[in-house]
Design a protein around this ligand. Structure first.
Ligand code: ADP
Ligand code: MG
Length: 587
């Protein structure tokens, strides 16, 4: 084959390959243009994962009628005039390559009206060739429709992923952009169905809730820090919310979603001591650095960035996340106060009567419940297998760890467990911690009524009796078996197995009293009762625990969903990092 200069349209298609990899890259370029044009609403509509049609409408500035064609020629941009400008890029586009590339591999229609002009323009291009231009009435703003992507590049077409894959990519992209620009209203439709909408309220929180769901959002901690010109803000997960890969760490640098393994590492590093090596947080973080400190011109699709001072940015991100995490842990951990340190003289010698009951509650239970048997059938995936002794039924998969492995050092004031972990010192409120553990067990395994040998009767005042009657169902739901038995009297045939004292009549009377005082809403009564039962069942302040009991309790707390607070919202632990200790001692 002799040497020939490639025809223009082939050159264009080769260039397009760099910018337009797949439908999501088209969507990205079009949205970025809309953002650059000052849009406040961006509507994205996609058919068949973008392979058939992508339409992006915006209410931005629009394009001047005499510049519409120009916008589609190579290196045509309104955003960059000189090489100097490259040093401080503030807009998303700047290469003047996107529209040109997109047009060379698809059929494009643009309808636009500049805000200063009376009439709009419609332009159609097929594989870069002009296929029509007309004046047209249009609202100010721009609508770009891209049809039959890669219709003239069979090689690319062949490598397009499944429609569902492309759809997911596009959804991820739009949600990311919506997070980066919370003041812009975004609407995304797939095949005519709306799948995502951001209100444009300006609040990142609103977008994160829409993108990740309220449940996830509730487990996120707000991050905000500003150090030497670098701001880091957004959300990062409490250690109780973990993922088995880095896929839920979303990073933005100066408003651009980036994939930066170095910064991702900075985030996971910040969780040292909070998470294990195979666990990753969920995070949405916006990093802002002065434009001259960052080079966004590394790659045409601009997913990578290069910082002038990599370490400075790394440190800023790591520190911001770490500070937020520690502060959050402290906020949950510093609520309690120390009881007077009157060590019981009998410590270590005396085995108190409740040990057996503790042992029951903290160690293995005889037969697995339905829940546990169900859990047995599940694969062991991504749960590590150490500490097989933890009581979740023999061989049951372990729940994910939410605290690091803690080593019990001892007990203080017969109330607090002192433990050591990789990240420093932990002081655990045994009563609050045990409540947390029992509460989650209760929710997981459901009630376990224990029949009472001698049938017990309870007599209440008329108002209390009425109250109990209206809540009989909730009492049953938590493991009591209570029935009306004559005026103001009830028989009790069973009580939750968890409850320690045999005086069931007394407990029911107390529970009804509590209900009368606190008056929880009808829908909250069951939960309220569970909390009361758990509070009565948990080890008390002032109870001496032996080493095994403490270690047993700590092991279970390490895998609680919310290890840092009791069901009533009080702190279960106080953490002092190695750094804090060193600082306190002036090291
Ligand atoms: P770049 O964004 O790098 O400048 P593009 O090829 O993406 O290059 O766009 C070329 C030019 O077309 C832009 O500089 C801008 O002037 C104009 N343009 C593109 N899309 C829009 C839009 N949605 N609204 C207003 N102007 C637009
Ligand atoms: Mg652009």
């Amino acid at each position: 084959m002799g040497i020939e200069v490639l025809p223009d349209h082939v050159v264009a298609q080769i260039a397009a390959g760099e910018v337009v990899e797949r439908p999501a890259s088209v969507v990205k370029e079009l949205i970025e243009n809309a953002i650059d044009a000052g849009a406040t609403t961006i509507h994205v509509s996609v058919n068949e994962g973008g392979q058939r049609l992508i339409r992006v409408s915006d209410d931005g500035d629009g394009i001047h009628s005499q510049e519409v064609e120009l916008a589609f020629s190579r290196h045509a941009t309104s955003k960059l005039r000189s090489h100097d400008d490259l040093q401080r890029i503030a807009t998303l586009g700047f290469r003047g390559e996107a529209l040109f590339s997109i047009a060379s591999v698809s059929r494009v229609t643009v309808t636009t009206r500049h805000r200063d002009e009376q009439t709009g323009t419609r332009l159609r291009l097929e594989g870069s060739a002009l296929a029509g231009k007309q004046a047209i009435g249009a609202p100010s703003g721009t609508i770009i429709t891209v049809e039959n992507l890669f219709y003239n590049v069979p090689a690319r077409l062949k490598f397009l992923k499944k429609v569902t894959t492309e759809r997911k990519q596009i959804t991820a992209l739009v949600t990311h952009l919506a997070m980066a620009y919370p003041h812009i209203r975004f609407i995304l439709e797939h095949d005519g169905r709306e799948v995502f909408r951001a209100s444009g309220s300006g609040q990142l929180a609103d977008v994160v809730v829409k993108a990740m769901g309220l449940d996830v959002f509730k487990s996120l901690i707000e991050v905000y820090s500003e150090h030497s010109g670098i701001t880091v803000h957004g959300y990062t997960s409490q250690p109780s919310l973990v993922r088995s890969d880095r896929g839920r760490i979303t990073l933005f640098v100066n408003g651009r979603a980036v994939q930066d393994s170095h910064l991702t590492y900075a985030i996971t590093q910040a969780y040292q001591g909070f998470l294990e090596t195979s666990q990753y947080p969920v995070a949405v973080l916006m990093v802002h650095v002065p434009p001259e400190e960052v080079d966004v011109n590394v790659h045409p699709t601009k997913a990578e960035v290069r910082f002038r001072d990599n370490n400075q940015v790394f440190t800023a991100v790591q520190r911001a996340v770490r500070e937020a995490l520690v502060e959050d842990a402290n906020r949950r951990g510093t609520g309690g106060h120390f009881a007077p340190l009157d060590y019981p003289r009998t410590a270590g010698l005396y085995e108190p009567p409740w040990t057996r009951q503790m042992g029951m509650a903290l160690d293995t239970e005889s037969s697995p419940t339905a829940y546990e048997r169900g859990a047995l059938a599940q694969p062991h995936s991504n749960h590590e297998r150490e500490d097989e002794s933890i009581p979740y039924g023999p061989g049951a998969p372990l729940k994910p760890r939410t605290l690091p492995v803690l080593r019990v050092v001892g007990q203080v004031g017969a109330s607090y467990i002192v433990a050591e972990g990789p990240a420093g010192l932990y002081l655990i409120d045994q009563h609050a911690a045990h409540q947390r553990v029992l509460y989650e067990q209760f929710l997981e395994r459901g009630e376990r009524p224990k029949p009472i040998n001698d049938v017990v009767t309870v007599e209440l005042s008329a108002t209390r009796a009425r109250l109990l009657e209206t809540h009989l169902q909730e009492f049953m739901a938590v493991g009591f078996s209570v029935e009306p038995f004559g005026p103001h009297t009830f028989v009790v045939r069973a009580a939750p197995a968890l409850l320690p004292t045999p005086d069931v009549a007394q407990i029911i009377t107390e529970l009804v009293d509590e209900l009368a005082q606190k008056r929880p809403a009808k829908g909250d009564v069951e939960e309220f009762l569970i909390r009361q039962i758990v509070r009565r069942s948990a080890v008390k302040v002032g109870q001496i625990l032996n080493h095994e009991e403490m270690q047993g309790l700590v092991r279970q707390l390490e895998r609680s969903q919310n290890p840092l607070t009791s069901p009533e919202g009080r702190s279960t632990l106080l953490h002092m990092s190695g750094d804090q200790l060193a600082r306190e001692f002036g090291r």
